[in-house]
Write a protein that binds this ligand. Sequence first.
Ligand SMILES: C[S@@+](CC[C@H](N)C(=O)[O-])C[C@H]1O[C@@H](n2cnc3c(N)ncnc32)[C@H](O)[C@@H]1O
Ligand SMILES: [Zn+2]
Length: 388
Amino acid sequence: MKRDFAETLRCPACRHDGTLALAEHEDDGREVREGELRCANCATVFPLHRGVPELLHDPPRHVLAEAAGLERFAAKMRQEGWTRQTVLDLPYLDHGYWYVQARSMHQLLTTVPFSPGQSVLDVGSNTCWAANHFAERGLRAVALDIATPELQGLYTADWFLESGEVFFERVLGSMDAIPLASSSLDYVYCCEVLHHNDSDGLRRTFAEIFRVLRPGGRLLMVNETLKTLRDPQGLHVDAVAEYEGYEHAHWAVQYRGEAIRAGFLTEVIEPHYVAYFGDAVLLGDSSAGAFRRLLRRLGFMTRRLPPARRAYLAWLNHVAGGVSMNMIAAKPHRYIGRHEGVRPAERAVRRLAAAARRPVDRRRGVEAPRLPRTPEQAAAIARAGGVG
Ligand SMILES: C[S@@+](CC[C@H](N)C(=O)[O-])C[C@H]1O[C@@H](n2cnc3c(N)ncnc32)[C@H](O)[C@@H]1O
Ligand SMILES: [Zn+2]
């Protein structure tokens, strides 16, 4: 941890910002590796080990069980041949899961106007491959997780940092009590992690993400596990039950509804890894009959029609499934009021006012423009000088 990072931390015991003072025991010239943080307000002391401030305060049993399970899962991965090099190659592995991660990261990097120096929190960072990606692009990245083991937690970051070419912070803490100061971040990135919450936890987590973002900041929600009408269970984790992951699929309306409740302006995003929304060409399916092939071809042609794209996305997210959910949620510039202690009714009114004001603010340049939705729109913007 860099020395000045202490200023942006929040004591998870008394929930005060900027009260943690760092006492150093060991420094490797780049960061403080060993030490402790003491809260000037409530006097709680938190260890700092291997560069990671340990700010997981009073965690519930299921969080401890999941963290212990990840330790066992890391041992299994080692047996199956995962190495340091495999992690350094992420997300570019020859595997369906990792294709989706790589395509989704590419989608973000080509549609979101990241600028060097902006800050991003990678929630549930696991190996920290995404935090590393952001840091490589000059962002000030922070990885947050409840687990530390190499291959399944924050200590894996050392493999990326050893090159000396990138740096990012790592924090042990929980997404439903984020140990970072209010309004301190430009982006919060959540990839396959919000579903590690039950319904109450999901509500607390959206409120926490809203709190830590600065006005105008964005939550980038990527690949969240869905319940749909065709698959109302949504999660199929029997094979990994022994690792005690605290996983809960939620309905698309629940993810979006909780984001709105927290105060966000939301937009559901097309998953570009699905060929219909992406830059793929329609491959012939020789096993299908002529009529079916014609239907598919006609369906594919509707890609040019925005209402057809919206209808198909809604069909997938609510009914058919087979996709995970992507959403970008912006914290409004205006009328946000205090982050905490605002009653839901007042927050709803403030959010409505901000939403109504948004088109005017966009025209005046106060609010960021709409993000490109399709790969074609992203490419056009890139040709014109890049997103931003
Ligand atoms: C499926 S993995 C996420 C994968 C990662 N984002 C990636 O793209 O490789 C879920 C991660 O969320 C973490 N996690 C679970 N509960 C959490 C919590 N309450 N706060 C922060 N992280 C949590 C787990 O430790 C695990 O590393
Ligand atoms: Zn405190």
